[in-house]
Design a protein around this ligand. Structure first.
Ligand SMILES: CCCCCCCCCCCCC/C=C/C(=O)SCCNC(=O)CCNC(=O)[C@H](O)C(C)(C)COP(=O)(O)OP(=O)(O)OC[C@H]1O[C@@H](n2cnc3c(N)ncnc32)[C@H](O)[C@@H]1OP(=O)(O)O
Length: 754
């Protein structure tokens, strides 16, 4: 074919007709492509190829949509073109609608008519799916007449995770294509399917291990001129079965159970239901109506904020100016874990699964053997679940700390005991080769104090894993005043390798997560003193969306954990009576947790805590009459008169105390921005994702409202410091409560030596 090149840059479109040989030359000249959003070429004379170009994921921005419409018209109008292929640049078909556009003015051609234009085309249109076809990307592919996928591609409709539903025909086309049960499952979970699964379900027509674009072009040539009557999914009847009513009822029950107040999953079920009860056009109207209600909801706003927050935390910075883009991580090939208790075992599994060689150390032979068995079991179960190869041979077990001499990074994971950790850091400093990073898995101890035990404090950072460490996605990476940017960058990178979301935080008691937990727990205890029961407080928090209320969590993680910390802090004064029993350092204190521990009530593990369980280790929490009697007796002893506390007060006091501490953390420069705190709370503490995180929630409620309620409660309880509004929230509220992305401008940068 001759190389006739016509190029015009109409509203985000470049239309080029060129031959195959020229393709290479053109691809090398990527500078030309920067402002192009859909690129048209003709291959082998008769196939029009439309390439979406919007790095990094070819999201369907206004310009891309315009480009698709323009190039489709072009392909349909050229008599030489007999069929069309739609693909994406750089091996990614399309990551869906451009999420950033949702909060801006929607411009450009709408997605739904654009997809109808493709489906109605009289020339066959083939989607060449490489990388991802997600959300609007898959909906675009469903509008095509055929779909060819690369074997490594992932397909799905994850809109529900953004508080939306697949509003570009996805709820109407997918059930018509693969049936209601499979469509319901994909749409309500938002999970990504592999190409193999997509083939099995009938979402794609062919899977290839080679170039999906080449395969699609070949395919497009083979179907040129064939009837498209049976290829337009919108014309398919929705597959029916006698048990459809039951299927929908079950799906609704399941989403209501698991969604914990999230509205999108429920609305997704309603939209799919329309595909069965209404003809296609009416179903599309219903889809749009339901989409509109979600689109403007606070939950969609929160989930979309959270989507970007989770990505933003990888672009970390510290008050001294160290940054993710100027600090290079050092490669780590071999790591060690010291201490193979519950946390150490999980960390060992995570490291081995990330492909690292691991030296796992436990000083007692018996414990080492037990740990080895436990780790092997965890690896086997995990390999089975993930369909991944076993990582046993990555791990060497040893009773001797000397075995870590040649590793690049050590993670110490012994008990939360400063004296013990100090001894280990002194030893490590002498044993490890120069340059080895020394990390501690602590949930709140002073990183700097540990660093001072070593010859190279700049190599010391905290890596706060969450239990179970091989499952939980969150990692708090804690930099001390002497940690080097390289050490921080390396720990952040290690977290990423282990599949974690790493958040860099400064060094202070409890770091971010546990520091904020303290005033939250404190309020929960005070509420019990004033008349509430654990069940009432938990119910309020669970209705808000937490997976578990604060007292159930406390029973699960063990009341003795906090007790040990309070004892170490000199807060536990056994047998104290009178007013002093409830005051520490001039502030209100509740000894309720200490009193329960003195009774041996440590939670689930002892079968008794804030609730009762049928046996030690039992999981089902039941209200405990003994506890109710104990609370009554406690109140009487301390002259406290029980009152009826309404839901609003319980929620406000717990959440606003936690949020207030979050603002203090921002003010202190311990977290770089509100996104860091929100990601920590959603991933590590069960904060409902559809509420964005505590800081986002504060913005949604209104900073002036949060401030006003804190002021009110602080007036009522002047000896509770956690309720005293911090100056940052005052400053923000006084500046007309700017949007959350502007809060950083109001945070004074504290000094740091990093
Ligand atoms: C009353 C009003 C009514 C209005 C009615 C309007 C009607 C309009 C109807 C429209 C109907 C629309 C229906 C369709 C909706 C959608 O499609 S929503 C989007 C669905 N897609 C997704 O959820 C996919 C999201 N992306 C990902 O899961 C991942 O990014 C990935 C594609 C799997 C790639 O992962 P990875 O390689 O790990 O890269 P990341 O780091 O995640 O991403 C790289 C950067 O790209 C940004 N990004 C990714 N996807 C999008 C996107 N869809 N839009 C915008 N930006 C995206 C991501 O944020 C990263 O950038 P940074 O944040 O800057 O790091």
């Amino acid at each position: 074919m001759g190389a006739a090149v016509h190029s015009g840059n109409r509203r985000g479109t470049k239309i080029v007709v060129k031959d195959d040989a020229e393709e290479k030359k053109f691809n090398n000249n990527t500078k030309d492509l920067l402002d192009i959003m859909a690129f048209y070429s003709r291959v082998s004379g008769s196939v029009g190829v439309i390439t979406l170009q919007n790095p990094p994921v070819n999201a369907l921005s206004a310009a891309v949509r315009q480009g698709i419409v323009d190039t489709m018209h072009r392909a349909l109008s050229e008599p030489e073109v007999k069929s069309v292929v739609i693909c994406g640049q750089n091996g990614k078909f399309c990551g869906g609608a451009d999420i950033r556009e949702f909060r801006a003015n929607m411009r450009g051609p709408p997605l739904v008519p654009m997809i109808h234009l493709i489906e109605a085309a009289e020339k066959p249109v083939v989607a060449a799916i490489e990388g991802v076809a997600l959300g609007g990307g898959l909906e675009l592919a469903l509008g095509c007449h055929y779909r060819i996928a690369h074997s490594k591609a992932r397909l799905g409709l994850p809109e529900v995770t953004l508080g939306l539903l697949p509003g570009a025909g996805g709820t109407q086309r997918l059930p018509r294509l693969i049936g209601v049960p499979a469509a319901l499952e994909l749409i309500t979970t938002g999970r990504h399917a592999t190409a193999a699964e997509a083939l099995q379900l009938g979402i794609v027509d062919e899977v290839t291990d080679h170039s999906a674009v080449d395969a699609a072009v070949k395919f497009a040539q083979s179907v040129a001129g064939k009837s498209l009557d049976a290829r337009r999914i919108s014309t398919y009847p929705c597959p029916r079965s006698p048990d459809l009513a039951e299927i929908f009822e079950k799906a609704m029950q399941e989403v209501r159970r698991s969604a914990r107040g999230a509205i999108a999953p429920v609305t997704c079920v309603q939209a799919v239901h329309a595909s069965v009860t209404l003809p296609y056009a009416k179903g599309m109207e219903r889809e749009r109506e339901l989409f509109s209600t979600l689109f403007t909801s606070g939950q969609a706003h929160a989930l979309q904020y959270y989507f970007f927050a989770q990505r933003a935390v990888s672009r970390w910075s510290t008050p001294s100016g160290a940054r993710w883009d100027t600090s290079k991580p050092r490669p780590v090939h071999k790591a060690a874990v010291i201490g193979l208790g519950t946390m150490g075992r999980g960390i060992t599994v995570s490291l081995a699964q990330a492909g690292l060689s691991v030296v796992a150390v436990e000083t007692q032979e018996k414990q080492l053997l037990e740990a080895k068995q436990a780790v092997s079991g965890m690896l086997e179960r995990s390999a089975k679940r993930r369909g991944a190869p076993l990582a046993h041979d990555k791990i060497k077990y040893s009773c001797s700390i000397q075995a870590v001499a040649d590793v690049d990074l050590v993670i110490e994971a012994v008990f939360e005991d400063m004296a013990l950790k100090k001894t280990i850091f002194q030893q490590l400093s002498g044993i490890c080769k120069p340059g080895t990073f020394l990390c501690t898995n602590t949930s709140g101890l002073d990183i700097d104090e540990l660093a001072s035990q070593t010859q190279s404090p700049e190599l010391v950072v905290g890596m706060h894993f969450f239990a179970p460490a091989h499952v939980m996605k969150l990692l708090e990476v804690v930099y001390g005043p002497r940690s080097s940017p390289e050490a921080l960058a390396t720990a952040m990178e290690m977290g990423k390798k282990m599949g974690k979301v790493s958040v860099a935080v400064g060094n202070c008691r409890g770091f971010v997560g546990n520091r904020m937990l303290k005033p939250y727990l404190e309020q929960a205890f005070f509420l019990l003193e004033e008349g509430a029961t654990p069940e009432q407080v938990d119910q309020v928090l669970e209705e808000f969306g937490f997976a578990m209320g604060v007292f159930k969590v406390s029973d699960l993680s063990g009341l003795d954990v906090g007790w040990k910390v309070r004892k170490a802090d000199g807060l536990v004064v056994p047998g104290s009576t009178g007013k002093s029993a409830r005051i520490r350092g001039g502030s209100r204190y509740s000894p309720l947790g200490d009193l329960l521990c003195e009774q041996g009530r440590f939670g689930q593990k002892t079968g008794r805590g804030w609730y009762q369980y049928d046996k030690p280790g039992g999981r089902v929490a039941k209200p405990d009459p003994w506890l109710h009697g104990f609370l009554e007796e406690y109140r009487a002893r301390h002259g406290l008169v029980a009152r009826r506390i309404d839901h609003q007060e319980m929620l406000e006091r717990c959440l606003y105390a936690l949020i207030n501490e979050g603002f203090q953390i921002l003010q202190d420069g311990i977290a770089a921005g509100p996104e860091d705190i929100d990601v920590i709370y959603v991933l590590g503490y069960g904060w409902p994702r559809h509420r964005g995180g505590p800081m986002f929630y504060a913005g949604l409620v209104g900073l002036d409202k949060v401030l006003e309620r804190l002021e009110h409660y602080h007036q009522v309880y002047p000896n509770v410091s956690g309720l005293k509004p911090c100056s940052l929230i005052r400053k923000l509220a006084a500046s007309s409560s700017p949007p959350i992305h502007r809060w950083r401008e109001f945070i004074q940068k504290p000094r740091s030596q990093l």
